[in-house]
Design a protein around this ligand. Structure first.
Ligand code: PLP
Length: 840
């Protein structure tokens, strides 16, 4: 199949998709063309035929048909960037939560309908084929999904960009629920191959680890450092095409896989140590074996530090190799060509690594090298949670990366002596606080401080978060460098999170709004004037109902629970974390249940509460909360007395592809973190864009969502950041709320009984203890009453169908700000200074 420039005359009578939207002009592919391509690939790529092909074979063949169009654009994009010698952003991230590619890539080349019809004519169901694709889940949650949305937007906006990360063999674990408890199973997303990736053995890198540093002097008496590594690891790059919407630019995501270096094991091998050599192989390959499953916590493990260094070192060598191909040994243009964005502190080791190369290898002097680094790196902070701030023990650092530790000490002493001393003379307390090295019984390297000192910009991810980064996390750094700190509010790609996941709503929007709304999301504002148009509202709510019917079928299939699509669907989907407060949602559900038991006529619309959440495998309380949700759901769902007024569903294995099915069906979006704890949130944006009403605290991007949608179209509750601080200062005592509110007391006491765990009293008691004896760190009880009132408000609003439709429509209409193209444009304008590059 060849994609030709669209001529005046169609090559086939079949309708070309999006024929009115000339952004797809380059792919003039008819249904007949696409059918022929799929069949060809079934034969020549998959090695089967139409009669024997499994769904998986059809999926593979369809992917190959898409790749036939895409791969050529990858080459053309790279060639153009090289020829024009463009400045590029290098997005360093330990996580890329990409999800599935087939539907997304078809959306972005404008061939969804063509592919659907082609498969249909071959007697194959398109959605069934899409379901064959395993999610590429190389991330935990919001941080990894942000990286995925950003590479989509970078390609869509035609910016030269590359995502760098790790090619994990096993992504985030899959979650099963057994007897109510989470059980983790390994994720093997590419066990049977991955049609979207291309191995690039010509760009392999070798990475040193361990060993010692030798101090030498050259002929002029100048000090020289030589690192004698104890190990060399091979990094093999895999490239995944990132197709921009309209597919002008196809950038790549380059992920590194670790292998044993061939030459290094020969000594051991020749000495007869075959098994020892094998052990080294296994250790080398362990580096990219598995993604750490912690979200917002730092485990401090040696292997994790090695993962971080491994992919940063591979990526920096790759950047330098590409630069040298264009500029030889002339380093004067390096800072003009290269900007590196650090997605959290995870890749901060890239800073001393670039210093090491510039000093030890290129032999630049310290000031020149440091001056370059400080023009190259920018750092995105993703959290204020103390348990998530990365620290490595100096002892571990010295063992794994002895030369980098020396460089960090040098960066630190120059910073403390030259800069801190100047701003805060003779102030040892501030020096201690700003030092990269934390003193104490075990000395630690603070990666946050290193990132701030080594970067020219530091950004938070929502307005309030960026403000708190300055005022609470890095106040002295902000005094030293007031221009360094900035905000870039997160966003999500509307291609995946509206057009592709909610085709019904996308279709309706396209009837009323310019067809280029997926790249100009502000155009959804036009829907505002239709919010009270009865005909439009009916269509909009009919679509919501159909999406809920689809989700009800998914719920039935995954859990065997029957839910009524006419009930209010209230959805909380995100990692399970105490700060996100799934426990607040749960105790409120228990309170509703109790009200219904006490008064069967309790006035409330039929409600279905739906959860999706993975807990880190080592996070005890999070797993207890999952167990409690499931046990309480089981009791409520089978209680004849309240029958259908209340249902509770925990959908197992929450991930991108499940989110795509849940989000279009949500009436209410739960965004109930304790104020000050959620940096931004992006699930909140996806849900609001798809017409869910937010019930939320004044935290992260909720504040900006409320600003855009208007206070009447979101339901805000709870303490704000200042009130949280005040209450904590005062000395928060959860028992006060327990004794003051009979409903809270009754609900918490329920956990001590065997009401939800027959024959096993107290099985859920740890949750009560956590909320009382252990201090309720996230002020769940303090916010309960306000949360309960907010839900009463939701109930009342939902009874008024016209009012509800209006609110939902206004939410869709006003979420334009939260598209990731806007975020990327903010980075470009305020941090990266990139130019667009049309590929032609
Ligand atoms: C968007 C997304 C997240 C982030 O959700 P928050 O509610 O912002 O924490 C996590 N996981 C998946 C699969 C997502 O798609």
């Amino acid at each position: 199949m060849t994609a030709t420039r669209r001529s005046g005359k169609k090559t086939s009578s079949a309708k070309t998709s999006n024929s009115t939207d000339n952004i797809f002009a380059q792919f003039d592919v008819s249904v007949e063309d696409f059918k022929a391509s799929i069949v060809k690939h079934l034969h020549v790529t998959v090695g089967t035929d139409e009669n024997k092909a499994s769904s998986q074979a059809w999926w593979n063949a369809t992917c190959a048909a898409v790749n036939e169009l895409v791969f050529e654009r990858v080459t053309r994009t790279q060639k153009t960037h090289y020829q024009k010698d463009t400045r590029a952003v290098h997005y360093f991230s330990l996580e890329f939560l990409m999800g599935r590619f087939l539907k997304n890539n078809l959306t972005n080349v404008g061939l969804t309908e063509i592919a659907e019809q082609a498969l249909n004519e071959l007697g194959i169901d398109f959605n069934h084929v899409c379901e064959e694709e395993p999610d590429m889940a190389l991330g935990n949650g919001g941080l990894g999904r942000l990286a995925a949305c950003f590479v989509d937007s970078l390609a869509t906006l035609n910016y030269p960009a590359i995502g760098y990360g790790i090619h994990y063999e096993h992504g985030l674990f899959t979650q099963e629920i057994q007897h109510g408890r989470q059980v983790e199973r390994p994720d093997s997303w590419r066990e049977y191959g991955n049609p979207w990736e291309i191995c690039r053995p010509e760009s392999i890198q070798e990475i040193p680890l361990y060993g010692y540093v030798e101090t030498k002097y050259d002929d002029a008496g100048k000090i020289q450092k030589e690192w004698h590594p104890g190990r060399i690891i091979k990094g093999v790059p895999w490239d995944i095409p990132v197709v921009g919407y309209g597919a002008n630019t196809v950038n790549i995501l380059r992920l590194w896989e670790s292998r044993a270096s061939n030459f290094f094991n020969w000594d051991v091998f020749n000495a007869g140590g075959y098994l020892d050599a094998q052990v080294e192989n296994v250790q080398a390959e362990t580096i990219s074996k598995v993604l750490y499953p912690n979200d917002n916590t730092d485990a401090g493990k040696e292997l994790r530090l090695i993962q971080q260094y491994f992919f940063c070192a591979c990526s920096i060598k790759d950047i330098i190799r590409r630069y040298k191909r264009a500029h030889g040994n002339d380093w004067s243009k390096f800072v003009e060509q290269v900007v590196i964005q650090l997605n959290d502190t995870h890749p901060a080791i890239a800073i001393p690594e670039l210093m090491r190369i510039l000093i030890d290898r290129v032999e630049l002097d310290w000031d020149t090298a440091w001056g370059m680094c400080q023009q190259i790196f920018a750092y995105t902070n993703h959290t204020l949670l103390p348990e998530a701030l990365e620290k490595w023990s100096v002892r571990l650092f010295e063992k794994v990366l002895p030369r980098h530790l020396e460089i960090i000490y040098e960066i630190n002493s120059r910073f403390l002596e030259n800069i801190v001393e100047q701003h805060f003379p003779d102030n040892d307390e501030i020096k201690r606080k700003l030092s990269i090295i934390e003193e104490g019984s075990e000395k630690m390297v603070r990666m946050g401080n290193l990132s701030v000192i080594g970067s020219f910009k530091v950004n938070g991810v929502a307005q309030i978060h960026s403000k708190l980064v300055k005022s609470d996390l890095f106040p002295e750094f902000d005094q030293i460098w007031p221009d360094k700190f900035t905000n870039v509010t997160n966003g999500v790609t509307p291609r995946r999170w509206l057009k592709s996941c909610n085709p019904r709503l996308a279709g309706l929007i396209s009837e009323y709004v310019d067809l280029d709304w997926p790249v100009h999301l502000d155009k959804l504002q036009a829907l505002k004037s239709l919010a009270e148009d009865k005909q439009f509202a009916d269509k909009y709510m009919q679509i919501k109902l159909e999406n809920k019917q689809d989700l009800a079928a998914v719920i039935k299939e995954l859990t065997d629970i029957e839910v009524d699509p006419n009930a209010l669907f209230d959805i909380q989907i995100k990692r399970l974390h105490e700060y996100k407060r799934q426990q607040l949602n749960l105790i409120h559900i228990m309170a509703l249940y109790r009200r219904l038991l006490q008064n069967p006529d309790y006035d409330m619309p039929k409600r279905v509460f739906i959860f999706g959440a993975k807990a880190a495998p080592g996070y005890y309380m999070a797993k207890e909360i999952i167990y409690a949700i499931n046990k309480i759901a089981d009791k409520i769902n089978h209680d004849e007395r309240i029958k259908d007024k209340l249902k509770v569903v925990f959908l197992p294995n929450y991930r991108v592809s499940l989110a795509e099915k849940m989000i279009p069906a949500a009436d209410v979006s739960e965004q109930i973190s304790l104020a000050g704890k959620e940096a931004s949130g992006t699930g909140n944006m996806k849900l609001a864009l798809n017409g869910a009403i937010t019930i939320g605290t004044l935290d992260g991007a909720n504040i900006e969502i409320a600003e855009e949608a208007g206070d009447d179209n979101v339901v805000i509750f709870g303490l704000d950041v200042d009130q949280v601080k005040e209450l904590k200062n005062q000395g928060y005592n959860p028992w006060d709320y327990y004794y003051a509110n009979a409903e809270i007391k009754a609900v918490l006491d329920w956990f001590d009984t065997d009401y939800f765990t027959p024959g096993k009293p107290g099985e859920l008691a740890e949750i009560k203890r956590n909320l009382l004896d252990y201090g309720d760190n996230y002020l769940t009880l303090a916010d309960f009453e306000s949360y309960s009132d907010a839900h009463k408000k939701i109930d009342a609003l939902y009874q008024d169908k016209a009012k509800w439709a209006k609110m939902a429509i206004i939410n869709t209409a006003t979420m334009g700000k939260f598209n990731s193209d806007r975020s990327i444009q903010d980075y470009v304008n305020n941090i990266w200074s990139l130019g667009e590059c049309n590929i032609g």
